[in-house]
Design a protein around this ligand. Sequence first.
Ligand SMILES: C[S@@+](CC[C@H](N)C(=O)[O-])C[C@H]1O[C@@H](n2cnc3c(N)ncnc32)[C@H](O)[C@@H]1O
Length: 268
Amino acid sequence: MNLFQYFTSEFSAVGVDSPEAEAKLVIESLYQNDAFKDVEKIDLKKFYEVLERRRKREPIQYILGKAFFFNSEFIVSPAVLIPRPETEIMVEKLIEILPENGVMADIGCGSGCIGISVALERPDVEVYSFEISSEALKIARLNAEKLHASNIHFIESDLFASCPANIRFDAVGANLPYVPLSDYAVCQQEVRDYEPQLALTADDDGLEIILRCAGELAGFMKRGGKVFFEIDPSQDTRLQTYLDGTGWKNAEIIKDYTDRSRFVSAEF
Ligand SMILES: C[S@@+](CC[C@H](N)C(=O)[O-])C[C@H]1O[C@@H](n2cnc3c(N)ncnc32)[C@H](O)[C@@H]1O
C-alpha cells in the first residue's frame, strides 16, 4: 500500500470529512510529496501525531500551521480563523472594483488573508488592515512579511476607533464575526473547540458588529466607494434593508459557490 492510500484510509477511519484532501496535505507538508512510496518503508511517527490530533477534531490547518487562500499559503495559528474558500469571492470583487492607486480597508483581518491577497494582486493599491486581537495581528504581519506584501498597513483597533482621521476608502472588505450564538452552540466540533470565538460570534442574531461597522464606516468612505460584508445567509435581507435605510446605496446580495447568500455590498 502506498502513503496516499494508507493515510486516506486512516483519516477515513477517524471520521475526517475529506480524507483524500487531508492525506494529500500531509504528504506534501511532511513526506516530501512522495504519495506513491511504499508505506512499509517510511517512518510514520509524524503521521500518527497528526492522526491523533485529528481524532480529537483539531483542524488540519492548525496542525500543519498553514492554510491555502486565493493564490498563497498563509501561516495560521489558533489566534486566527482558518481562511474559508468562499471569502475568495470577496477578494476577486475587491481586485476588480478598486480604482488605480485606490485605498482599501480590510476590517477584522485575522490572518491577513483578504488584505494581503488584494495587496499582492494590486501593488498600486494601499491597503489598511484593522484587527482587534493583537495575537491575530502578529500572524497577519508574519504573513505580509512572508508573502512580500509591502503596500499594506496593520492597525490594532476596535473597528475604526484607531483609524487615522484623514483616510478615505475606495473599497472595504469586511469579514467580521457573524455567527449567531444559537448556531455556534451546534456548529462543527473543529470550529467550536479550536477556532477563536472572538472571530466567529456576535450578538443581535450575529449582526451586532457588522451593523456597528456600517455606522462607523460612513465617516471614512469616499463618495461612490463600495463595501462588501460577508454574512450568514439568514442575515441577507435584514442587512440589505438596514444599509438602504442608513445612507448607503444599491445594497445588493451576492451568493457563494453553493448559491447561498454570502455577502451584502453597498455603495456610499
Ligand atoms: C470571521 S474572522 C475573519 C478573519 C479574516 N478576515 C478571514 O477572512 O479569514 C473575524 C475577525 O474579526 C476580528 N474582530 C472581531 N471583532 C472585531 C472588532 N470589533 N474590531 C476589529 N476586528 C474585530 C476577529 O478577531 C477576527 O480576526
